[in-house]
Design a protein around this ligand. Structure first.
Ligand code: MGD
Ligand code: MGD
Ligand code: SF4
Ligand code: MO
Length: 874
């Protein structure tokens, strides 16, 4: 039994892994971990399905050829040395990730900023937390998250802004749900242009016009001030800038939010009344060309009311990735230095002395979008990517792919053999993955936990810090990178946090600078700060910041920031009248390199889709299930249309997860605009003007096949994982007969055996009595085909009768898509149970088991129950 931490979201749940001795492991929630107390969401609970070594990159490669580590490390070090010698340090760059462990992250940042002499290192946190970092620094003088998770449970009002907590931070959502159940008087407000599953526990949903958050919070600030809802002493003693902020806010216009006046009044009333208010915010705030102003407009309201740093109060930026916070601590953004220091003369000197650096970077480097632009233009000639998939996750991704393909020296450290980024890079370094890695991560509440290895290192894969240190050694910096293991790095990192700190910097874990190896091995989760003398300098109230001021600007006061509403950078036009919003679905993680391996996570949303309001669809002749082309000024994607009235008219929503590995053109970032916030450099991933057009498909199809199929050129395909097979959804423009011929040949090429033609467009390969592959084609989209044929793939031997059913079009059961991933319960089963009289979550659970394990589907179950109540009332 090994205690470790979940590698997905920033909640940072503790996990107990029990290796089975055959390369797998049992996964359970850690009942002792303060973040989750034993709970896990659907993704965490399915981690056991992601451990297999198929798809893993296990050996170093140069230009597609396997080479020994010695060769590849020499090539990377030599390549970087040559580029720097010829073009200077700013011609090289690293692009890293909030999915590195703190120790890996520290090593990469130290090498480039302290020894290569450039700050051209940025992290995918630029796409994620950069606006919050910048907003915190403007307001507090440091990138401090003041509060703790328990504040949600203690609050009387929880405001969720641009956060789909139910799907993106499910365990925290469950904690909030439980708190509300215990204290029904607590109010929850969701501010999001979409009616998400998170709204299922909300008392009020403000479906504001996309991008109008600053106007809303400015309006709130003015109204609170007018009513005298203000902590006068706190504002006088601990802040400056209120008058300017109020003046700017008064110039705003609440009506621009497009909200019913009565709803806004309720929101203001609740906010005015509830001393214990937490405002939690996420990507609807950060991923915006006005992201930093949105953050400060929120913080302004908390400063005015003095609701910060006390139990149940505060602004709370929730982090996405497991180690987004660790990345901020090691300073791996291009405009920060290690240990929450900055590019001031003093800090550069201080870090330089601590590292005994021969060549400190003296000024900030390029931010993610500019960094890849510089790769494309040739200003950057060598780039090293670690633990992130920028070809899929950066906006205007066609530009990123072209940049990497044109780059002289493109290096990627990766766990998987194929990804959109791996495919574009020349040098591939095999990295250890979650179950094998060793180190620490920091969650959203500043809680540091250990990730511990519980499976052996496979093939020649190595941990990221080791690869960095080996390259550093070859560049002549052996002494500064002579760590024997992660504990050495952690101690150095902890010592730097305390170095000449004296309470001037919030991040201080000096208490751990002397930890021995055994102590590090046993390290229990703790929340920083934790300074050398064991006190929590700067933090009071059980580990919270700023209840008594003590901000990190020179005068120790916080700043109100004057903010003025700005529309998204690129506004919808007559040519592209729709506003494209993007984000996440419940059961997939980013670019699917891990969650994509799980069968049970594939059922919830099996293909790349675009959600659209029925009115917008009608105007374009689009129906539910159609294949449509989304176009923007930057690129295009081809997606399945889903109609839903949970969107505002004029808005569309597409998940970010599909890539070129699993779909024909499902990668939405090909179309997403690369506009950025002028201060944080964070891209505006939530607002792109688009148009959508129906593509006339002449046929639709489904393939289930034991081995991957090399598909011919067709308009649409998406692949998902089945139990022992792959499933493909297909559609195309060529005549059905032509498609049938090409596809059956493709299926048979990798799934050999006798071909049997059945009825209703069914063809199959049955070998040794087992179904190897089935192809079904027809003029219309048949949503249920996958479910009808899946049972046959599970059979060891088809009986004559099975074979007949199969060839006549499959099982007739209509499952209607999966809702509960843990028990594979379909929507059809749930609706049937409701029709038979199940009126509560408990009753549904008792009848179908849905929602009784991880609980991630409970918001959707609630929505189905609510729909039934509405039908009955009507
Ligand atoms: N299942 C799952 N969970 C994840 C992840 C995952 O990939 N899958 N990734 C993790 C990571 S790295 C992150 S950063 C988090 C992200 O977590 P979230 O930020 O909660 O997720 P998103 O879906 O990106 O966006 C949140 C919401 O912002 C809304 N929004 C869009 N525009 C606006 C606007 O102008 N104003 C407001 N107020 N809202 C707006 C969107 O409609 C969306 O519902 O999730 C983490 N958790
Ligand atoms: N349109 C749109 N785009 C978005 C967003 C959005 O909301 N909309 N959200 C943005 C946000 S918030 C984020 S955080 C990003 C996330 O985007 P990415 O970081 O690009 O997504 P991941 O799929 O998590 O990529 C992580 C990669 O690291 C690999 N990996 C896993 N473990 C290790 C390891 O230990 N070492 C190494 N070297 N590699 C490892 C994985 O196989 C995977 O390929 O996407 C951003 N892009
Ligand atoms: S909420 Fe889910 S994804 Fe996030 S850390 Fe916990 S188990 Fe992992
Ligand atoms: Mo993120």
């Amino acid at each position: 039994m090994v205690h470790t931490t979940c590698p997905y979201c920033g909640v940072g749940c503790g996990i107990v892994a029990t290796p089975d001795g055959r390369g797998g492991a049992g996964i359970a929630g850690d009942t002792d971990h303060p973040a989750n107390r034993g709970r896990l969401c659907s993704k965490g609970a399915a981690l056991g399905e992601t451990l297999s070594l198929e798809d893993r990159l296990l050996h170093p490669e140069i230009d597609g050829r396997r080479v020994p580590w010695e060769t590849v490390l020499d090539a990377v070090a030599g390549g970087f040395r040559d580029v720097i010698a010829e073009h200077g340090p700013d011609a090289v760059a690293f692009y890293v990730s909030g999915q590195l462990l703190t120790e890996d992250y520290y090593a990469a940042n130290k090498l480039i900023k302290g020894f290569l002499g450039t700050a051209n290192i940025d992290t995918n946190s630029r796409l994620c937390m950069a606006s919050s970092v910048a907003g915190h620094k403007r307001a507090f003088g440091a990138d401090t998250v003041p509060g703790l998770y328990e504040d949600f449970e203690l609050a009387d009002l929880v405001v969720l802004v641009g956060s789909n907590l139910a799907w993106c931070h499910p365990v925290l959502f469950q904690r909030l749900e439980a708190a509300k159940r215990a204290r029904p008087g607590m109010n929850i407000v969701v501010i999001d242009p979409r009616r998400t599953e998170t709204c299922e526990i909300a008392d009020l949903h403000l479906a504001l016009r996309p991008g109008s958050d600053v106007a809303l919070f400015n309006g709130l600030l003015v109204e609170l001030h007018r009513r005298g809802v203000m902590a006068r002493k706190y504002v006088e003693r601990h802040t400056t800038g209120l008058d300017e902020a109020l003046m700017a806010a008064r110039a705003g216009d609440l009506e621009s939010c497009g909200l019913p006046a009565a709803d806004v009044a309720t929101f203001v009333e609740w906010f005015a009344r509830a001393e214990k208010t937490v405002t939690l915010y996420s990507q609807g705030v950060n991923q915006s060309s006005a992201g930093v102003d949105k953050v400060n407009a929120i913080i302004n309201c908390h400063l005015l009311t003095g609701r910060i740093g006390r139990p149940g109060m505060g602004p709370f930026s929730i982090t996405g990735q497991p180690n987004a916070m660790g990345g901020r601590e090691v300073g791996a953004l291009s405009n920060t230095l290690a240990a929450h220091m900055d590019f001031t003369l003093e800090d550069v000197d201080r870090v330089g002395r601590f590292w005994r650096s021969p060549k400190m970077a003296k000024r900030p480097g390029l931010k993610a979008v500019e960094l890849f632009d510089a790769v494309k233009s040739g200003r950057i000639k060598a780039v090293w990517i670690m633990a992130t998939n920028p070809v899929a996750s950066l906006p205007d991704s066609g530009t990123v792919r072209a940049a990497l393909q044109a780059c002289e020296l493109s290096v990627v450290s990766e766990a998987v053999r194929a990804s959109d980024t791996v495919d574009a890079c020349r040098i591939r370094l095999p990295a250890l993955a979650w179950a094998e890695k060793d180190g620490t991560v920091t969650n959203s509440e500043r809680g540091i936990s250990r990730q511990r290895p519980f499976l052996p290192a496979p093939g020649e894969a190595r941990q990221d810090w080791w690869i960095v240190a080996e390259v550093a050694r070859r560049l002549g910096f052996g002494e500064a990178f002579a760590w024997n293991g992660v504990a050495d790095i952690f101690r150095e990192h902890a010592a730097l946090s305390a170095f000449e700190n004296d309470g001037r910097r919030d991040f201080d874990i000096g208490a751990y600078a002397g930890i021995d190896d055994a102590g590090y091995d046993k390290l229990a989760p703790f929340v920083w700060p934790a300074s050398v003398d064991g006190t929590r300098v700067g933090a009071t109230n059980g580990g919270r910041f700023f209840a008594d001021g003590g901000f990190y600007h020179g005068d120790r006061r916080a700043r109100f920031i004057a903010t003025s509403p700005r529309a998204p950078m690129h506004a919808p036009s007559a040519e592209r009248p729709l506003s494209l919003n993007t984000g996440r679905v419940r059961d997939q993680w980013h670019t699917m390199t891990r969650t994509g391996k799980s069968v049970r996570l594939a059922g919830h949303r099996p293909e790349p889709l675009i959600e659209l309001h029925p009115d917008d669809a009608l105007a374009r002749g689009l129906s539910d299930g159609d294949i449509a082309e989304v176009t923007s000024a930057w690129g295009r994607a081809v997606l399945r249309v889903h109609l839903t009235d949970s969107l505002r008219v004029g808005d569309a929503f597409a998940p970010m997860h599909w890539t070129a590995q699993v779909s024909r053109a499902g990668a939405i970032n090909a179309a997403v605009n690369p506009a950025v916030d002028p201060i944080s450099g964070q891209p505006e991933l939530k607002h792109t003007p688009i148009e959508i057009r129906r593509l006339d498909m002449r046929w639709h199809g489904t393939i289930l096949a034991r081995r991957p199929v090399m598909l011919p050129e067709i308009t649409y395909w998406a692949r998902a994982k089945g139990a022992g097979y792959y499933s493909y959804l297909l559609a195309g423009e060529q005549p059905l007969g032509v498609a049938r011929q090409a596809l059956s040949a493709a299926v048979r090429a990798t799934n050999p055996g006798p071909w049997l033609n059945g009825e209703q467009g069914v063809g199959s390969v049955i070998s040794d009595g087992q179904l190897e592959a089935v192809l079904v084609l027809g003029p219309r989209h048949d949503e249920r085909a996958r479910d009808r044929f899946a049972p046959f793939m599970a059979m060891d031997r088809l009986s004559v009768e099975d074979r007949n059913v199969l060839l006549h079009g499959g099982d007739v059961a209509d499952r209607g898509g999966e809702i509960c991933a843990c028990f594979g319960v379909s929507t059809a089963a749930v609706t049937a149970a409701i029709a038979k009289g199940a009126t509560s979550l408990a009753a549904l659970g008792a009848v179908t088991r849905a929602g009784t394990n991880c609980g991630s589907c409970r918001p959707e179950l609630r929505a189905l129950l609510r729909a039934q109540r509405q039908r009955e009332a009507a």
